[in-house]
Design a protein around this ligand. Structure first.
Ligand code: PLP
Length: 428
């Protein structure tokens, strides 16, 4: 007989720390056993017990066309027939770099990595090497992967564990990371007035997606751009999550602000492990082998990952794609807002095209403090109510939800019907 998720989780915990290969998957934020997935197609996941779920996690972002898209699978299969990787340059890497540079005009050169973490780690080293300065400014609740300099007051799994900063990071290193409240330009300007000429980079998630989903307030991103210009430091947009999702040109196109460096991941690998750092030529030329900033990767630019990513990007380029994705996100979020209002449930619903954040809170959620003031326990009950009804949300109040092009009217209607029942039951 097939093993249940519960049985698998028991076994997993004997051989994998916490039973998972990335902390949020352990369901600590919502309680209970994680769902062990067997397969997925379009907007659906099936667990090892055969239960089907409408999936709003989408592998945490890459699955913008839904799971197992036939065109992407075909591109991967064709590439695999030539071998899995060579550790030598390939034409498909050039095509990937040209595509990224064309779709995101702030990027003149791009280097591929194997994860978003590596991409951001490289961006920070590059900014430090280019400017000759040590300090990095980041924002509370923004998550930039798990490299030492950036795992300070971070979001995502770090928040789920109630521990925004990790053990094992030398204080000598952490002291170079200055942490500010997200969406607070005044505080950032004050901090820059004190330390600006020691700052190598300001790094920001242009739409925060690792403390739920918190869009930037008007003027925040443009203000960061102006501060970086004033203090001659590097503006890094971490678009690992938002890149190619919220608009074809990413959040930088949506809000019309041009960073010096951009980090990418998720979508550009179509579901396979990937990351990238790109930006203005002058800074990118500091990277080895041209410049003094070292960076490398055995599997970087892996041709199978490039094939999946390129196929994903080509599908995104269809005119109208992002308008439709935005409309699907809006239909889901607006429907939920109406349902919560009718039941008088205080639910704040943040959204941008393809991403959402739902908070049990009675005031708009714009900052990390607002996120922390939301009712995470209620989110846990909502999550489990939906899970029972075949809807899979992020197993944490501090993660964004993702809508894909495969989420059609039927899936959205089914999700809203389930949500209505759960919200009703939570009132009783
Ligand atoms: N940056 C952002 C904005 C992310 O959302 C993530 C992952 O969720 C990362 C960086 C790290 O990427 P990876 O998990 O591929 O290392």
């Amino acid at each position: 007989m097939a093993r249940s998720s519960h049985d698998l989780f028991q076994e997993a915990q004997k051989v994998i720390p916490g039973g998972v290969n990335s902390p949020v998957r352990a369901f600590r934020g919502v309680g209970g056993d994680p769902v062990f997935v067997e397969r997925a197609a379009g907007p659906y996941l099936w667990d090892v017990e055969g239960q089907r779920y409408i999936d709003y996690v989408g592998s945490w972002g890459p699955m913008v066309h839904g799971h197992a898209h036939p065109g992407i699978l075909a591109a991967v299969a064709a590439q695999m027939a030539n071998g899995l990787g060579f550790g030598a340059p390939t034409a498909i890497e050039v095509e990937m770099a040209e595509t990224i540079c064309r779709l995101m005009p702030s990027i003149e050169e791009v280097r591929m990595t194997s994860s978003g973490t590596e991409a951001v780690m490289t961006a920070v080293r590059l900014a430090r090497g280019y400017t000759g300065r040590d300090k990095i400014v980041k924002f509370e609740g923004n998550y930039h992967g798990h490299s030492d300099s950036l795992l300070v007051k971070a979001g995502s799994g770090a928040l789920t564990l109630g521990q925004p900063s990790s053990a094992g990071i030398p204080q000598d290193l952490a002291q170079h990371t200055l942490v500010l409240p997200y969406n607070d330009l005044d505080e950032t300007a004050q901090m820059m007035a004190r330390f600006g000429y020691d700052v190598a980079a300001i790094i920001v998630e242009p739409i925060a997606g690792n403390m739920g989903c918190v869009p930037p307030v008007p003027g925040f991103l443009a203000g960061l751009r102006a501060l970086c210009d004033q203090y001659e430091c590097v503006l890094i947009f971490d678009e690992v999550m938002t890149g190619f999702r919220v608009a074809l040109g990413g959040a930088q196109a949506l809000y019309g602000v041009r960073p010096d460096l951009t980090t990418l991941g998720k979508i550009i690998g179509g579901g396979l492990p990937v990351g990238a750092v790109g930006g203005v030529r002058e800074i990118m030329e500091s990277l080895a082998p041209n410049g003094p900033v070292y960076q490398a990767g055995t599997l970087s630019g892996n041709p199978v990952a490039m094939a999946a990513g390129l196929a994903t990007l080509r599908l995104l380029e269809r005119p109208g794609f992002h308008t439709e994705l935005a409309a699907a996100t809006e239909a889901l979020c607006q429907g939920l807002a109406e349902c919560a209002a009718a039941l008088q449930v205080p639910l704040q619903i943040n959204r941008v095209p393809g991403m959402f954040g739902w908070f049990f809170h009675d005031r708009p959620v714009r900052s990390f403090d607002d996120v922390m003031a939301a009712d995470a326990q209620r989110y846990g009950r909502f999550f489990h109510g939906l899970l029972k009804r075949g809807v899979y949300l992020a197993p944490s109040a501090y993660e964004a939800g993702f809508v894909s092009a495969a989420h059609g009217a039927a899936e959205i209607a089914a999700t809203l019907a389930a949500a209505r029942e759960v919200l009703q039951a939570m009132k009783e």
